[in-house]
Structure formats: C-alpha cells, structure tokens
Design a protein around this ligand. Structure first.
Ligand SMILES: [Zn+2]
Ligand SMILES: [Zn+2]
Length: 341
C-alpha cells in the first residue's frame, strides 16, 4: 500500500509499505479520508526524517479485526482518536491518553499514521460514527473538531452568549461551526483575508481583520446587546492562533466573569497580566486536545445537531499529490486540507 512520510525540511515522500496486520485488540482500517493538522505542519517544517507514515486525523471503514476485539465489527465506520495511551496510568484512567505518563503513542509520530491506504488502531481509539455523521465529519472528530468542542465545553459556553474565536484555521473554524450549532453569537479574528471569508462561510456573525482593526474594540462592540448598557466584553474566548498579539487582546476583550480557553500552541510566556485577571474575575483554562470519552459525546452532538464541517473544507488530494497537499496547508490561506482515499 501507499504511505506518505515526512522526510524533513518541508519535504515528503510517497512510499510503498506492507499493509499492516492488526495485532491483539486492534482493527485494520481502510482510510477513506484523513486531515492535515497544524501539528503535522510542525513535523513538516522540522528537519527530522520521520521514516514512517505520518498523519493522525483519519476516518474510515473497519476491514479486519485482530484477536480480542470487544465491540467493533468489520464494516463499521469509525473515526480514530490519535493518542494511544498505556491504558493504566492516572491520565489514561481519565481518558487523557494525550497526557499518558508512559507508553504514550501518537499515530503518525510514534507509530504509523493515517496518510496511507490502511492503518491499524487500538479498539478503544476507534469511535463508531453514527449513520448521520459523514466520513468528512469523522475526520474532524479525530482531532480538530473535538478539540474545538472540548474547549467550548471546558469554558461552559452557553446558547445566546457571545464568543470571540481568535484564529480561523481549522480549529478556529471548527469552533465557529460548533458554537453556531450551540446557539452562540460568534465573532472571528484572523490576519488572512481568505480565513476571514471562511469564518463567514462557517457562520460567524462578524469577522475582524486583526492586521487592520483593533481586536479588543471590535470584540467589545460585538458583545453589545441593544437595551443592555453594562456589557463590557465577550462572554467567552477561544484562543487558537498561538499569536502573542492575539493573546494580549484576551483579557481586555473578555467580560467580567468571562471564560477563556487557550488552545493554540504559542511561544510567548509573559502576556497574561494577573492584575487584569483579578480585575475581570475571569477564568482562563488551558485546553489540550480532549479526553477519549468526549469523542463519543461529540459523535452524539454531531448526530443530534445535524451540523457539518463541510464549509471548513477547502482542499482534497490523493496520496500521490502529498507534496502539493502539504504545501497548500503550510501556506495557511486555506481551511481544512484532506487526503481522500
Ligand atoms: Zn490534528
Ligand atoms: Zn497512560
């Protein structure tokens, strides 16, 4: 079978591999679609030859089962959660396999991933897709969609509240789509005009070009409700950009007792001012991916809400066009870029 390997310094190779055999407790999955993620781009830009198949956002069909399988059957459609933990430590017991204290394995990094025709995955990581949920939506369930859902859940975002989404890449666009399905009012910010357009296409009520406009001023203005004169900021913020400039706007833009989730990976270490946090009495949470069990909750959310991630998908490639696919994602002027089988 074909597989795509990150070979370092923005290069990739399409190579032939043996189709893997599912081991005890594993399923063999025919990958029908798999997303390119921001974390893949960190590997793509790095200088390491990974020497194994990349990718960690697959959805597909179970085609074979190893021994010891409890629930799955051949023919099931599944989304694969990308972090395989040891299964026994305190983090795994909470479903936080991403934070496993030993034996942590991430598909596409420490074990073969999904940029391939087939992959194997542990049964607990294979989340069955309800019949209403498409394979494309299963790709978002595997990583960015559930990450956005979990950030909204951690800050207890509620219908009719105002939300600012800083950064309209795939996680930010997912947050816009989910928040709209939950009934919030949403303003999105970015510096790429293409991504502002995508924000509107995903249902944002307003967008702000952070390169040209004052984000805090626009966010506070957006939060206003006619006839209510005391609103001093947005109720919720999801920070996905990792940008220092964006992070400096978080506390000035939030309402008193507002809630902020930091999702983006950034380099800064000194933009949060405790005096401002105290003054706003706001809550700031770090939100790293999501616990495994929330994938099941999110599958149900997709099935009941009827929402779809289709507006956030801008490019689809075959594995043979991996070079162009990665270049497109790397340029950052797109929504979700996917490989389709
Ligand atoms: Zn991802
Ligand atoms: Zn563990």
């Amino acid at each position: 079978m074909k597989g795509v390997v990150f070979t370092g310094n923005r290069t990739v190779a399409v190579r032939e591999f043996e189709t893997p055999e599912p081991q005890h407790g594993e399923a063999l999955i025919r990958v029908l679609a798999t997303g390119i993620c921001g974390s893949d781009l960190h590997v793509y830009r790095g200088d390491r030859d990974m020497n194994q198949i990349g990718g960690h956002e697959p959805a597909g069909e179970v085609v074979a089962l190893g021994p010891g399988i409890v629930n799955l059957e051949v023919g099931d459609r599944v989304s694969v959660h990308h972090h395989q933990g040891c299964g026994v430590c305190d983090m795994c017991a909470r479903g936080e396999t991403v934070r496993c204290r030993h034996g942590h394995q991430c598909y596409g990094v420490s074990r073969p991933g999904s940029f391939a025709e087939y992959m194997t995955a542990g049964e607990a990581n294979c989340i069955p897709l309800p019949e209403q949920v498409s394979i494309d939506d299963g790709v978002f369930m595997a990583c960015v969609g559930t990450t956005a859902y979990s950030a909204l859940r951690r800050i207890e975002a509620r219908a009719h509240e105002s939300l600012a989404v800083f950064g309209l890449g795939p996680v930010g666009l997912s947050a816009v789509l989910i928040a709209k399905a939950m009934g919030l009012r949403v303003v999105g910010t970015d510096i790429a005009p293409e991504r502002l357009e995508l924000g509107l296409a995903c249902g944002a009520d307003a967008v702000v070009n952070a390169a040209e406009e004052d984000v805090t001023e626009r966010a506070v203005e957006f939060a206003q409700v006619p006839g209510v004169d005391w609103i001093d900021g947005v109720d919720c913020i999801i920070e996905t950009s990792g940008s220092t400039a964006a992070r400096e706007c978080m506390i000035p833009s939030i309402a008193r007792y507002g809630r902020i989730a930091i999702v983006g990976v950034g380099q800064d270490d000194k933009v949060i001012n405790p005096t401002q946090i105290h003054g706003k009495a706001c809550t700031i949470v770090g939100s790293v991916v999501f616990p495994l069990g929330w994938s099941w909750d999110f599958a149900r959310f997709l099935a009941t809400s009827g929402m779809s991630f289709a507006p956030a998908i801008t490019h689809r490639f075959g594995l043979d066009d991996a070079d162009e696919a990665l270049r497109t994602a790397d340029e950052g002027r797109c929504g979700k870029v996917m490989f389709v089988g």
